[in-house]
Write a protein that binds this ligand. Sequence first.
Ligand SMILES: Cc1cc2nc3c(=O)[nH]c(=O)nc-3n(C[C@H](O)[C@H](O)[C@H](O)COP(=O)(O)O)c2cc1C
Length: 714
Amino acid sequence: MLIAVSGALGGLALPATVLVAAAGAGRLLQHFVHTSAAASSSASKPRNGLPKRYSNLEELEADAQPLLTPQAYGYYAGGSDNEWTLVENKAALGRYRLLPRVLVDVSSVDMSTTLLGQRLASPILFAPMAQQRLCHPDGELAMARAAASTGLPYILSTMATSSIQEVAEAVAQAPAGGWPSDPTLWFQIYVLKRRDVTEVMIREVERLGYKALIVTVDAPRLGHREADEKNKYSLPPHLSMKNLELITKAAATTEGVATEGSKFGRHFSDLFDQRLTWEFLPWLKKASKLPVLLKGILSPDDARKAVELGADGIIISNHGGRQLNYSPAAVDMLPAIAEAVQGRVPLLVDGGITRGTDVIKCLALGASAVLVGRPLLWALTLGGQKGVEEAMDLLHYELELSMALLGCSSVDQITRDFVIQPPGYPLDRGDDGSQPPEQPPAATPPPAATPPLTDPAAMVVYGGRLPPARRLIVSGLTASAIALGGNLFGVTSWLLGLDGGRLAESSRLDVLVPVGGFRRCLDAQNGFTFVYPARWLADQTLYRRYAERIERQAALDPPSLARERTRRAAAPEPAAAYGPAGSTGEENISVVVAPIRDGFTLQRMGSPEEAAQRFLDTTVAPEGSGRTARLLGAGSRRDANGQLYYWQEFTVQSDAFNRHNLSVYSARNGLLYTLNAQCPQERWAADEAGFRRAAESFTILNSGVATAGFPDRL
Ligand SMILES: Cc1cc2nc3c(=O)[nH]c(=O)nc-3n(C[C@H](O)[C@H](O)[C@H](O)COP(=O)(O)O)c2cc1C
């Protein structure tokens, strides 16, 4: 809070003219079209409608970005820390599947719904977002008018650049849109330390006809927005947070001390109550007759408590990935919260919603409605009020069509039966009614006696054993191998499309472009990532096999049984493999993802050294194999998520070869992920640094749809 407000009220770090001169380019000047007073003459040609036909809301951001200052764009688009949660919001929605029912009369689909007694055109609300005049001179006024004309609630942020009065007036004057219902304004409020001042705000909000109070509870302090820090983000001097002026005035009146708005920033952190605890809720319920919804709840226990203390609704949200990084995607917490709340109050959810199918997934998982955030900012930037209306029409078109294809002619028909949760979600709780992970079909007859869990050779139930290192590359890497790089299976394209390129621009650009001599393999399907030497190539044979599988799946003919059987009995193939051009396959880095027995943990194998030694003794060089293995080192590490990894370094010798290996493995959701880097001993000196870097970077992603039997699930 402190950073945003002091920044925002402190004015631009550099005057616009200095910035323009420093950049020496018209582009930056163009950025100020909407944001600087000096350039406001350009804004006299307000954008009126989206500049072209868009197919979906995800396309808007790329076109909006050049119209914004880097500061404004960073503020809108950014999340906190390394933006894991920001990315996860969208990825999580992608993991759920919709199960359509057929032969239902969908000749007329009704998207309308009732929320807190208010009739809405659809179960979609405009999320509260601060400082909308950075997008467009009309800012919140345009956005609120667009909400009114599309029949949806507009939630005004406390941190808005328009006041509650201005927005209420703008909506009252708005010509009636296609939607007959009254415009619906809600207000997002922060509880101030000065409860008397908070009450003044509430009275004003009630007087102006706002219909609900949203209390944001996930922001006792502002998340660490690295983009804002780098950009030295602050609100341009011609803009201000108008509601703070009202608060200041109210504080001055009740105190009898005049406080100028511009000086307010210095005192701001004193005003928002960082010591706020649950006791505020009964107080607020008494202080206002408006329904009170808490925004920013992720824990089912908090949701239960909120209901017990009188909340009229809950907005499940991680603030668009802007507050606590590594908090889960809101949609993933929806089923557990729905279970905890048992329909006593409406649940709303937000984060990453851009598609009609996203809305449907949330409704099916237990939400009464969703909030849409950033896409509306991009629409406002591109086309003002009309742009937002057009964007909302697009979302409504998608929602209506998807409801018809799903076999639902009204919103209340969208139930849990229409959605398939990904295995292991939400969050491996297992006690929340989620479905157990799918088990792969038995590959071979089960062994007569179940070997002890501590035998690493027996860990892999399906697909054989923990793959001996020498078998990881099923076929040699050839000199003519295609440099598929990180775009294996279209992962890169998928990533880049996901967020309009921001993701690639920030931390994972190395999927596309080598960084420091390394390129990134990011397997979103299986959920792992690592870096490998940039000049190495992907295994072409592997790629061809995947392509064949896709083709087979698309073919109308059923696969021959014999072929199926052979395939299932085969050892697991690497999900990714890289090596130098022209290599025989002996020098490579590869990853295998294979199912393991339920309940397996690394710790149950003992210490990393014990596990490694047993692995060598039983699998790599068992007695009588003609091979000798030597353990050079073993250890463990945890990634930022707390996921445990074991690593081991060893050599294997036989008459035919002398190899050096470095491998890392970790288990999650019934799968064992193993990265193995190996080379002929004489290549070790050349490869060592690269191998160590690859091993250190190997990470299992929470965002992956880790499904057993990977090759079948492309
Ligand atoms: C630029 C920006 C400003 C925001 N300001 C606020 C705010 O003032 N109050 C609040 O409760 N949430 C705020 N949020 C969070 C949104 O209400 C919402 O939870 C989030 O944007 C939803 O994610 P989405 O942008 O992926 O749709 C803001 C979000 C953005 C992007």
